[in-house]
Design a protein around this ligand. Structure first.
Ligand code: DCP
Ligand code: MG
Length: 365
């Protein structure tokens, strides 16, 4: 006899609207109703996010500040206040926890919740989502959008559907059609590189993806093929992972040829430190221990670390620490095939990430 079908789950994805920008507008009435960008003020700055007023001009996250200013000459640049964003994040997570312990944060402002069983015993997940949105508004003064569905894939896409301050419910019978209309580049788990490869193969939407059989997808996308195949059909059985504390952040690089020259080694460690710094800032995960990893030509690995009294707060300090750790090993006894740098002993909390297809060089030590 066949096993009974697994019970349908009820998943909510919550995502705050224009998060950093909304917090800034909440705390400074002079910014309300205006086009503002958080970050990006300096000559090489990048916009972290912007208000919906600024989005009308085409300003977007990750856009160079200079470009944003050209699109929207009246744009006001505001410095980020990460402590405040972190405390709002803690507030919304506390609200989620009144409903379920199955919470998977993706960043400070978004999370998946499994509310199949929920603490107040509310039968309708849509009702739970309404209640959560209402409490967020009441307790933080900010708006959030929610997607409600039977899996993470669709719930995440749904939360984006009626932004800002929106709710979107996709029922099991509607999932396949919802996915068919979806541009593949919007699917969480299909990064820009994969989306471009799909574009070259004539795959723009879920429907196009669904027209290709599994072996075609395996030929072009290897081990990710099954995820795409199922996604195109509205199927995704990934569980909501409960929160895991991040223990470290690191970046490492394997070289095409083993490196021995001191100058080249120091140059590489500097490059790795820069890229690690970008990762640290994105995750807002600052640590006070810097760890160097060297893998030699014979595959033996050494790690060396240095701890500071307080978390490393600047890219200069990180670069210096990385260089000093490496210098103490020079000259190397044989060529290095890999160098890595990480920070441990993180302060506060970071996010447990779900790796996308662009994260190949990033790993947890
Ligand atoms: N963020 C960032 N750099 C990016 C993207 C985002 O620093 N490239 C930060 C700023 C955002 C926050 O993360 O406020 C949340 O990211 P979202 O993608 O959820 O964007 P917003 O919440 O700002 O806007 P939306 O209403 O589209 O969710
Ligand atoms: Mg958001």
């Amino acid at each position: 006899m066949d096993a009974p079908p697994p019970a349908l789950r009820k998943i909510i994805h919550i995502d705050m609207d224009a998060f950093y920008a909304s917090v800034e507008q909440r705390d400074d009435p002079g910014l309300r109703g205006k086009a503002i960008a958080v970050g990006g003020g300096g000559p090489r700055g990048v916009v972290a996010t912007c208000s919906y007023e600024a989005r009308k001009f085409g300003v977007r996250s990750a856009m160079p500040g200079a470009r944003a200013r050209r699109l929207c000459p009246d744009l006001l640049f505001v410095k980020p206040r990460f402590e405040v964003y972190r405390s709002v994040s803690a507030q919304i997570r506390a609200i989620f926890a009144r409903f379920t312990d199955m919470i998977q944060p993706l960043s400070l402002d978004e999370a998946y919740l499994d509310v199949t069983q929920n603490k107040p015993g509310i039968a309708s997940a849509t009702q739970v989502a309404r209640e959560i949105r209402r409490l967020i508004q009441e307790e933080t003064g900010l708006t959030a959008s929610a997607g409600v569905s039977y899996n993470k894939l669709i719930a995440k896409l749904a939360s984006d559907q009626n932004k800002p301050d929106g709710l979107c419910v996709v029922r099991p019978a509607e999932g396949a059609d919802f996915m068919a209309r979806m541009p593949v580049r919007r699917i969480h788990g299909i990064g820009p590189v994969t989306a471009e490869r799909m574009h070259k193969l004539g795959i723009e939407t879920g429907a196009d993806l669904r027209d290709r059989d599994l072996s075609f997808l395996q030929t072009h996308f290897g081990s990710s093929a099954l995820f795409y195949y199922r996604a195109a059909r509205g199927e995704d059985d990934r569980p909501v992972h409960e929160r895991q504390e991040r223990k470290s952040v690191s970046v490492e690089d394997t070289f095409f040829e083993d490196l021995v020259a001191e100058e080249a080694l120091l140059h590489e460690i500097e490059r790795i430190a820069q890229s690690l710094w970008a990762r640290i800032e994105k995750a807002q995960a600052y640590g006070r221990t810097v760890v160097l990893k060297v893998k030699f030509a014979d595959f033996r690995i050494i790690t060396r670390s240095r701890s500071f009294a307080a978390p490393v707060r600047s890219v200069e300090q990180l670069v210096d620490a990385g260089r000093a750790l490496l210098k103490a090993q020079l000259p190397l006894r044989m060529g290095a095939r890999l160098l890595g740098l990480g920070v441990h002993n993180l302060e506060g909390e970071g996010e447990a990430g779900e790796s996308g297809d662009a994260g190949a060089q990033l790993s947890l030590l």
